[in-house]
Write a protein that binds this ligand. Structure first.
Ligand code: AP5
Length: 221
């Protein structure tokens, strides 16, 4: 249990593709630098970039916008959550759990303090994802409509001038499938965390600044 007024350090950000989970985690980490960002999508992409068996196996699913099998993803997350430094400093889970089986498996490993549901319309997220690009060096996320680097072609965070890139699964057809997969799985997850008493909602349609303020309020920063 979290003590009253203490900062919850075990946070789940849950929302459809493009709702801003990765971007908001970057902002929260500026205030809580010690907290661990565990993004299942980032871990899978990192494995893919190194051509590991895990990455190559996951690619088949990711390219179609399908969920990577639970046994792969759950073990991957479990291994990270059981590290001593994660236990000491807490975590933000971004992209996990994605179905009720993953939610139940997570509870066996750790009890989150807060589950934030980022609520947003499909049309807005599709536009956001199509406009997304990132720095291949440090991973900072940008958007051609709402968040470009201060100096064109230079990453704000790491100063790299490497060409920015788009994700290979950010194509309209794959995005629509990712949205469907999200919608098919969301209801039981939301009921599960509501029953647990830790479900909170955030309106993710607003500007990044307003959403950030709301989420910081929810996690008592
Ligand atoms: P994953 O990488 O987790 O992708 P996702 O859930 O589809 O989410 P995104 O990363 O697309 O969006 P986001 O919410 O982080 O938004 P962002 O901050 O970038 O998963 C990819 C694939 O991996 C899955 O399809 C699946 O195959 C596999 N996978 C991953 N986890 C799995 C699991 N647990 N089980 C099984 N398979 C799994 O923001 C989007 C854009 O919008 C950015 O450009 C940003 O700058 C902009 N933006 C953000 N907020 C705002 C705002 N308020 N106003 C304006 N622009 C904004």
């Amino acid at each position: 249990m979290t003590e009253k007024n203490s900062i919850p350090k075990k946070i789940i950000l849950f929302g459809p593709p493009g709702s801003g989970k990765g971007t908001l985690t970057e902002l929260i980490k500026k205030i809580l630098p010690e907290i661990f960002h565990i993004s299942t999508g980032d871990i899978l992409r990192e494995n893919l970039s190194r051509n590991t068996p895990l990455g190559l196996n996951a690619k088949v699913y990711m390219d179609k916008g399908e969920l990577v099998p639970d046994e792969i993803v759950i073990n991957m997350v479990k291994e990270r959550l059981e590290r001593e430094d994660v236990k000491d400093n807490g975590y933000i889970l971004d992209g996990f759990p994605r179905n009720i089986e993953q939610a139940r498996a997570l509870t066996e490993i750790t009890r989150a303090d807060i589950f934030i549901h980022m609520v947003i319309d499909k049309d807005i997220v599709i536009k956001r994802i199509l406009g997304r690009y990132s720095c291949p060096h440090c991973g900072k996320i940008y958007n051609k409509y709402s968040l470009n680097p201060k100096y064109e072609g230079i990453c704000d965070d790491c100063g790299s001038e490497i060409e920015f890139k788009q994700r290979s699964d950010d194509k309209e057809e794959t995005i629509l499938n990712r949205m469907d997969v999200f919608e098919q799985n969301a209801k039981p997850i939301l009921e599960y965390y509501s029953t647990m008493g830790i479900l909170r909602k955030s309106d993710a349609t607003r500007t990044l600044e307003l959403t950030r303020e709301e989420i910081e309020g929810l996690i008592d920063l």
